[in-house]
Design a protein around this ligand. Sequence first.
Ligand SMILES: [Zn+2]
Length: 258
Amino acid sequence: MPVFKFKTISAIFVALAAGTLYLAIQDERFFYIYILLFLLWAGLVALGAFHIALGFFGSNISKLRTSKSEILLSFDDGPDPVYTLQILEILKKHQAKAVFFCIGRKILEHPHIIKQIVAEGHLIGNHTFSHEIKFTNLPLVYVKKELSQTENALTELGITSLKLFRPPFGVTNPTIVAAAKAMNLKIIGWSKRSLDTVLIDPEKILIRISNNIQAGDIILFHDTIPITPQVLDTFLQRTAQKGFSHDALETLKLELTK
Ligand SMILES: [Zn+2]
């Protein structure tokens, strides 16, 4: 059993805290150790919450296990009437396939783009209905509502959902993991984050995602900003030159069955 899991870490800290509190009865200096232990536990929980690839609260797919030289492209926060369409053109040019983690509210606004994404052989994933920052603090019933509204939006378009879910901001917690599990959604993280919403130099993004790229890497992009289509064409060219293919959807589907 991996040690860096929420339940394991918490069990270890509860045991240590109980022992420290007992000692604090005899020597109050142990109370400070108790406080330090609590802060350390809180720090580790925050680390786990913000680093989805660690799978701290439960397993997820953040990198594909593959023997092929392939990478998985993913685009979050669309569909967008400008940038999603530009990205689809570039993907078509390179015969690349991707997963688009879409926001339910935008699915309702642009159903024709969703249909185009699917018609061109890509997959749609759930990225909540509202994509609000408060999602990470919502109670279970509202987290489930955010997820089911998006699943319903896809069903109404006649799209069979593969039940892929990427949490907004990549933040997980026990409630989000429990909601995904209850709804049979598989959490998909990433192994390479382009930081395309932060960096303004296309070359810096390219270096970031191309350096030490490995088979099975899942790349996180956003289809909501102009810089992503700008870097995508070059990224696909450079990785193709290194021998990588950009169609790992079958490998992803296979992994979902495990
Ligand atoms: Zn997002």
